[in-house]
Design a protein. Sequence first.
Length: 282
Amino acid sequence: MTHRFSSHRRHRRQRIAALFGAALVLLSGALCAQAPAAITDLLSTGEYVLNIDGKDVKADFFHSERTATFLIESAALPAPVVLVVRTQAAETANPAKITRMASGELMLQPDYRTQGLGEFKIDGEDVLFDVQGKHVRVKPRPPLLGPQPFATVRGFKPEYERNMKAYKPDEATIAALKLLQAPVRVRVFFGSWCPHCTEFMPNIMRVEDELKGSKIVIEYYGLPPGSAMRDEPEAKRVGVTGVPTAIVYMAGREIGRIAGEGWRAPEVALKDVISSAASSVP
């Protein structure tokens, strides 16, 4: 579960795959899947930046993991753009064929297409296509780095908020943690570029929300991707070798860490670390 250090080449492949789904890796296998009858599960994502003719512009991105399809909406585009990963096709869509559902998802009706724009191209970690004479580039969003307040992390991308709301901490464990009288500091090292962090770090964010007013303080520290993470001074100082990793401190002393499977229920892992430290005190 924890994202470990990797070579630059491997990391680059992972970033490209993360950018437009694992299907990009399989394009050489000549996938020719037909577009689905309708796409009903387009969820907002904060992973990307839209650049048009060399200038970053405001845009909303939506992604259907099931169909490996992306929808881009921006006032800087002449029409919404759909990117179909399995065929590597860029298309414009009729806005009237995009339905916003009460759940927050978008539905793309089967006859959405208004114009084919040809195949999108891959340039390093970016995706390129043209629309009505505009040169469009989709880039990975720059990562959060260094100490970050909870509100900044929570609002960085909709995936965090969505996964945070979906997680249900163990109520008895939360109640026990609220009774702690000694201050506890939890420092979470994460990568905003890391898919494991996107999936599991919101669990501890939900725990923090539940522990308001308690003696437990949770901090967040963003690390860069790839080989740069290995050389990041703070990660190097504390010996963090993968993300997400949470270091638990009491009285200024490290008493344990949350990593791996512990992220599935971080409140339980945190209680176990504290209990283990208390039982070791003579």
